[in-house]
Design a protein around this ligand. Structure first.
Ligand code: HEC
Ligand code: HEC
Length: 267
């Protein structure tokens, strides 16, 4: 029996109908309103505003109130969110005081604050965006591909960062840092952004897959107990340079001796 159509209506039928009708209108409205899109937009706007506030307090003194740059720091318009994520997550920014190169150190910001700063600077102009996890995830690479990553590393990176990723000195008191225990995301960002003297490696130079292979290679040598370059004691460029010198000069002396003795015999 349908109690709504029955003659003997329950005394509560009318109020119940009303509540039901209101409920249906509510559900209908929620279904029609573009809830997902507008709330995502609000979320981004809120993040950018938060980022701008953090920027004013922590960064504007050097980079300018609108990130337009000052004599103390470069303009950040168009550097992209990836550059901010890299600089702030690795503790390089905010710089303590104007200096030639900012060292890597623990960051003073939470992940959420870094994301807000990155979103704010990213909103100022087009630039390299913070990568998606699949762009730096090394899962699924074969051993050959990891070895290939090592080849790419030796060709493109070892001149500055040393064969075993131990870092090295550059002219003018600058340095390429050791690449031990750098997070995959930050390796990806460093390549695409090219901080300081480091060249930018764009998608045309190195595909995302090749970058993933380099990351896998670096993580592979991270996991090895002895990181020595060619096993020369693992002391880095100085030790290796010394060996090159001893072997090189020693070799020259042997050759000189050999030529001298040949010359003596020819007389
Ligand atoms: C004491 C001055 C100073 C402060 C404070 C400072 N910076 Fe910097 N920043 C610099 C200088 C100088 C450079 C350029 C040298 C370098 O890259 O190491 C730089 C470079 C950068 C770059 C790299 C730009 C590029 O071309 O890719 C980013 C991004 C950046 N800063 C973001 C920030 C953010 C975000 C903050 C605040 C959390 C901040 N900085 C605070 C001085 C400063
Ligand atoms: C011309 C020298 C040069 C070359 C070539 C170079 N780099 Fe760098 N790299 C640097 C310098 C200098 C820095 C430090 C920048 C700074 O302090 O702001 C750096 C920083 C980095 C960082 C950040 C490390 C950290 O401490 O957070 C990574 C990762 C990195 N390089 C990876 C690479 C890889 C991979 C390659 C090759 C595809 C490469 N670099 C090629 C000079 C170089």
């Amino acid at each position: 029996m349908n109690f709504l159509t029955s003659r003997r209506r329950h005394p509560l039928a009318r109020p119940l109908m009303l509540v039901l009708a209101l409920f249906l209108v509510g559900v209908g409205y929620m279904a029609v309103a573009p809830a997902g899109k507008s709330s995502a937009e609000t979320e981004v706007a809120r993040q950018v505003t938060h980022g701008e506030e953090l920027f004013t307090v922590n960064c504007a003194s050097c980079h300018g109130l609108n990130a337009e740059g000052t004599s103390q720091g470069p303009s950040l318009v168009g550097v992209g969110s990836a550059s901010v994520d890299f600089q702030v997550s690795t503790g390089r920014m905010p710089m303590a005081k104007p200096a030639q190169q900012a060292p890597r150190k623990p960051t003073k910001f939470s992940d959420e604050e870094i994301a807000a700063l990155a979103a704010y600077v990213g909103s100022l102009g087009p630039g390299v965006a913070v990568p998606e996890p699949e762009q730096y995830d090394t899962a699924g690479l074969t051993e050959e591909e990891v070895a290939e990553g090592g080849e790419i590393f030796r060709t493109n990176c070892s001149a500055c960062h040393n064969y075993a990723g131990l870092g090295g000195a550059l002219p003018d008191g600058r340095y390429a840092p050791p690449l031990t225990d750098v997070e995959p995301r930050h390796i990806y960002e460093a390549l695409r952004v090219g901080p300081q003297q480091m060249p930018v490696f764009s998608q045309e130079n190195l595909s995302d897959k090749e970058v993933r292979m380099i990351i896998a290679y670096l993580k592979d040598i991270d996991a090895q107990p002895n990181r020595g370059g060619m096993d020369l004691g693992g002391n880095g460029p100085v030790g290796e340079g010394l060996w090159a010198w001893i072997l090189g000069v020693g070799g020259l002396m042997v050759i000189a001796g050999w030529i001298a003795s040949k010359g003596a015999r020819a007389k």
